[in-house]
Design a protein around this ligand. Structure first.
Ligand code: ADP
Ligand code: MG
Length: 455
């Protein structure tokens, strides 16, 4: 296991936010309805947490509680050292002063220009007017709007307005940013830009962020993803908090009991992508907090998860078969443990199609396998399967080295695989990176003897 992922045991920061068994109700009497159920959540200084969940699941409600925009009714909610359970208005206001808010719509004052809007956010700070002006100027500079300081909201694009909102939220140097669907009203690219900017600035200021979003494309900025469903937080990691062994047990248990394969196959493409991102995040967290090497339980779970994902990716790309190979450079071969064909396939690096992809790191898209000299028909001859089209793609680590190869056979309806399939795969593989690498390291250790055959 890569050592740098695991911090020294016992490094415990004091959480910035600690929610314990927080529940929330709207309405009174017969109309009283429970919206949040026993929420447990801790966010540490500097941590960037994304909260996902369907509309109506209670995300905004939880954000307003944490943001001291209303007082908590049940459980315990500590934010920036204040207990917000039954908190009075004065205390709520004190907490609000240390929080930066970013909403779906920018909430800028239309009668004020960008500079004045940001200065407004600094009003409660003990600064002289000159200092306030300078701080606002610098904040706008940092979001790339130094030359638009005197523009009014109506003269700016959606993305620019949201950047002003970020400058306004971050200028007072808050300890915590709460953002509620900040990209919802932006196009794809401006959404991405705005979030990258917020991520960058927050990390530089060591400011924690809790960001609610529906936008799967921005999940990658998170240190951790939590998911709210019908007012309940869902996360393996959150569910079992700090006890490492219990956490592992719970993960293994969950994958077995819920039959991850079945669950994943039933998901729609979009939901699968979200699920993948979540599981990957949780693995990453798990890897950070635990020494997992040599754990059979973990390895078996990892294989189940990967097998389910491989099959699901195959289906996503409309392939009849999907096989994942891991590359062992040291011994010069690659092999699959995760295949829907029975048994283990071993190939020498450089030979056969998957072997060539492992060697070159380049995608091979084969329209007719039997016309491709690199294709080895022996596997077909032995299994009775007839390979026609084939898409073979590298999975690379951060250094650009191919450590796994995904092989897809026979696209549905006799169609050819295309560059869209490649892009789609690259996107998903990127999200699986952590799981894949953990598995590749384990699988490599597990296999000692070199292959006796080359395809
Ligand atoms: P999300 O942000 O995940 O879409 P919300 O927190 O806005 O969810 O809402 C959760 C549930 O609470 C919804 O069913 C919503 O209709 C209800 N709700 C939200 N605000 C109020 C309110 N002020 N009074 C009564 N019900 C509310
Ligand atoms: Mg909402």
């Amino acid at each position: 296991m890569a050592a740098p992922l695991i911090p020294a045991k016992g490094t415990t920061a004091v959480p910035l936010i600690t929610a314990r068994a927080v529940s929330h109700f709207y309405g009174h009497g017969a109309l009283r309805k429970q919206i949040l159920h026993d929420i447990d959540l801790a966010i540490e200084p500097g941590e960037i947490v994304i909260m996902t969940g369907p509309s109506g699941s209670g995300k905004t409600t939880l954000l307003t509680l944490i943001g001291a925009l209303r007082s908590a009714q049940q459980g315990s909610l500590q934010v920036l050292g204040h207990e917000l359970r039954d908190a009075g208005e004065e205390q709520l206001i004190a907490v609000r002063r240390s929080i930066g808010y970013i909403f779906q719509s920018h909430n800028l004052m239309r009668s004020l220009n960008a500079q004045e809007n940001v200065e407004l956010g600094l009003e409660i700070q003990p600064l002289s007017p000159a200092e306030r002006r300078e701080r606002a100027r610098a904040a706008l500079e940092s979001v790339g709007l130094g030359d638009r300081r005197h523009h009014f909201p109506d003269q700016m694009s959606g993305g620019q307005k949201q950047r002003v909102a970020i400058a306004r939220a971050l200028a007072p140097r808050p300890k915590l940013i709460l953002a509620d669907e900040p990209t919802a009203s932006l196009d794809k690219q401006s959404g991405r830009d705005v979030v990258d900017l917020m991520n960058d600035l927050a990390r530089r200021q060591r400011c924690s962020v809790l960001l609610v979003t529906h936008d799967n494309r921005i999940l990658d900025i998170a240190d951790r993803i939590v998911h709210l469903e019908d007012g309940r937080l869902q996360s393996f990691a959150a569910a079992v908090s700090t006890d490492a062994q219990r956490m592992l047990d719970a993960l293994v248990h969950t994958t077995r009991e819920n039959d991850i394969a079945e669950r994943v196959q039933g998901l729609a493409d979009e939901a699968f992508a979200t699920f993948l991102a979540q599981v990957t995040q949780e693995f990453e967290q798990l890897l950070r907090v635990m020494q997992l090497s040599g754990s059979d339980a973990f390895e078996s779970m990892l294989e189940q998860v990967l097998e389910a994902f491989t099959l699901r990716i195959g289906r996503m790309l409309k392939a009849d078969r999907a096989t994942l190979f891991v590359v062992d450079r040291e011994h010069g071969f690659l092999w699959s443990k995760v295949a829907d064909q029975a048994g283990l396939i071993k190939l020498a690096i450089g030979q056969g199609i998957a072997g060539r992809v492992a060697a070159t790191g380049e995608v091979m898209n084969v329209a007719d396998a039997y016309q491709e000299p690199l294709f080895n028909r022996r596997i077909d001859d032995e299994s009775g399967y007839r390979t026609r089209t084939m898409l073979c793609m590298p999975v690379k680590d951060a250094a650009g080295t191919t450590f796994a190869v995904m092989q897809l056979l026979n696209k549905a309806d006799g169609a050819l695989f295309d560059t869209n399939d490649e892009k789609h795969f690259a996107h998903v593989a990127g999200r699986m990176g952590v799981i894949l690498q953990a598995w590749a390291q384990m699988a490599r250790r597990a296999v000692v003897e070199p292959p006796e055959e080359a395809a």
